[in-house]
Write a protein that binds this ligand. Sequence first.
Ligand SMILES: Cc1cc2nc3c(=O)[nH]c(=O)nc-3n(C[C@H](O)[C@H](O)[C@H](O)COP(=O)(O)O)c2cc1C
Length: 333
Amino acid sequence: MDAEKAHHLTIQILKKTEQFPFLIELLFGKPLQHASLEREVFGLNFPNPVGLAAGLDKNAEVVDAMAMLGFGFVEIGTVTPKPQPGNDKPRLFRLIKDEALINRMGFNNIGADLAAARLNNRKSDIIVGANIGKNKVTPNEDAVLDYEYCFKALFDSADYFVVNVSSPNTPGLRALQDREALTKILSSLQHINHGKPTSKPILLKIAPDLTESQLDEVAEVVASTEIQGIVATNTTIAREGLLTDKITVESIGAGGLSGKPLTNVSTKVISYLNAQLSSHNTQLKTIAVGGIMNAEDAIEKLNTGSPLIQLYSGFVYKGPQLIKDINRKLISN
Ligand SMILES: Cc1cc2nc3c(=O)[nH]c(=O)nc-3n(C[C@H](O)[C@H](O)[C@H](O)COP(=O)(O)O)c2cc1C
């Protein structure tokens, strides 16, 4: 089946089964609970460190089902101020031999207000992050207004926020990772945040394709704007070391690559960042994401110093069993 059709079908099935929790329990068993899995990060209490990465539940449709499947937290989005259809289809491709995906979805989503309303209707108390972005039609000079809009619209509905400036599928978006643009966005969100009775953790999501000097710059901005952390990494625009033949890869075209080929690339970025952040002597924490396909990959990511991890492609290829495998391994370690 076409990859995006399969995705929508899965969301629809999950939405239905959400109403019959015993069915999910019958199929996948109860989520693992154990004191050794619990983490307190960003002032939030996570029942386990394995989260769902942004992009799978863009519209907050299956947050409760994800809680039932055993995720310790869910990141919805990327959400933009206005709803938008995203790029033309096809825009999601499987590279089976590589256990990878290429996507150029382009922030297809229902918009911040509807997403907030959906989140307000959730039944479970699972920790939810809202990943926010800008509309395609918004020029970069005005991007800050889009981030502000989403932050305000979702403030009461989400537990933490992720500023996404790293998707390769919105033209020009990644230029917002530059010092000046980034400082403007993060400090304006912090200004709104500090005006609230209780502020919420803000994190920044970065691309794996940044050079070390760009990463240094990002770490400096994050430290100076005093946000709480970094989600690393998003998908890569690189196509190195793939098993899938070159002609097939070229025929797919532009998009972000995720899954197994990203494992080492993202680990390298996260290790470097964690070292940089500790040298800044901050309380900043990172969420590690990128190519976690099995429990060993998860342990490797956690060993870089990130207290939390997220899955996307691994969950698509391995299913909910992967969450259990990782948590079981963590308990036994
Ligand atoms: C189809 C698809 C859509 C995605 N959409 C988003 C998104 O909207 N926002 C975002 O921050 N990351 C998005 N991502 C990136 C993932 O959250 C994650 O950072 C990346 O896929 C690397 O993790 P993985 O190798 O476990 O898939 C998307 C990934 C995929 C495969």
